[in-house]
Write a protein that binds this ligand. Structure first.
Ligand SMILES: C[S@@+](CC[C@H](N)C(=O)[O-])C[C@H]1O[C@@H](n2cnc3c(N)ncnc32)[C@H](O)[C@@H]1O
Length: 277
């Protein structure tokens, strides 16, 4: 089985048990989802706007739900190659009494399939793109995203990352492991997570992400990559914004922060939790 098939198989099995509270509590997702909400509101202050949104690797809709709550008139397309995860999203939405009237469920692979043809105000993604660790593949996916943004559109992604230098990475891994032991209240479960994170869930480095984003600019595509200055232990928020978007000024700080990471050489990093397990 290639990696894509393994990941698909894993989510087919996990669809019913992928429990969002455990997910939110045990990583730094809770703080970063709040930060995500803040940024979305900064970019789209009118909550009644009928924004067109694409959620890539939407799973059972944790991020989709955030958008649904913030923008009740939004039209959202949820794209995921796991039919089971999307079905689980429908069950959750029905349970929470959300209307799925404005939602499309699209079973597609974000690497190998074309995206829907329409243009979006917002393309979002959480904890899905880190599965890509090859610069060429990452660039292809980012280009597909950049091409589907409206002239004022924004891509906003919340995901795992790896620090760049050996020293900062070591600190990151150590802090994450301690945090999992505390949050799960079990070293055994923390160990299982460490195995997952070192396996197919192993994230890309910030420099790989930033260098791939930077390659999306061309004569036709004028996008500015950015990342949030505030990072979690394992997660951060980054993205691109079309230069034509008036809010791009509001994101200037993030753009400046991104610049610090440019010119970094280390693209693919190796790391290990073994020392702490
Ligand atoms: C960790 S889950 C995240 C789900 C959701 N965004 C969240 O934050 O809870 C990753 C999701 O990405 C999907 N995924 C991974 N690789 C994919 C690919 N190549 N194409 C489409 N979906 C993919 C998986 O099926 C899974 O639902």
């Amino acid at each position: 089985m290639d990696t894509s098939e393994e990941i698909k198989e894993r989510y087919a099995q996990e669809a019913e048990t992928y429990w969002k509270d455990a997910w939110l509590v045990n990583f730094d997702a809770k703080e970063l989802f709040a930060e995500f909400k803040r940024i979305v509101n900064l970019l789209y202050p009118n909550k009644l706007e009928k924004i067109n949104v694409l959620d890539i690797g939407a799973g059972n809709g944790m991020l989709t739900e955030l958008i649904m709550r913030e923008f009740p008139n939004a039209h959202i397309s949820m794209l995921d190659f796991s039919k089971e995860m999307l079905e689980s999203a429908q069950v959750i939405f029905e349970k929470e009494k959300f209307s799925v009237r404005n939602i499309d469920f699209i079973v597609k692979n974000f690497i190998t399939d074309d995206f829907p043809k329409e243009k979006y105000d917002l393309i979002i993604s959480s904890y899905a793109l880190h599965h890509i660790r090859k610069e060429d593949t990452l660039k292809i996916v980012y280009l597909k995203i950049a091409n589907q943004l409206k002239a004022t559109g924004v891509f906003l992604c919340l995901d795992y990352y790896l620090e760049m230098t050996e020293e900062t990475r070591e600190n990151q891994v150590k802090t994450a492991f301690k945090r999992w032991i505390k949050n799960f209240n079990s070293k055994e479960i923390a160990k299982e997570w460490a195995q997952i994170i070192q396996g197919e869930d192993s994230p890309a480095t910030i420099s790989l992400i930033i260098s791939s984003l930077n390659k999306c600019n061309s004569k036709e595509l004028d996008v500015i990559p950015f990342m949030l200055p505030k990072k979690g232990v394992m997660s951060f928020i980054y993205g691109m914004i079309n230069r034509k978007n008036n809010s791009s000024k509001k994101l200037e700080d993030y753009v400046n922060e991104t610049k610090k990471y440019m010119g970094q050489e280390e693209i693919i990093a190796s790391y290990s939790f073994d020392k702490y397990i």
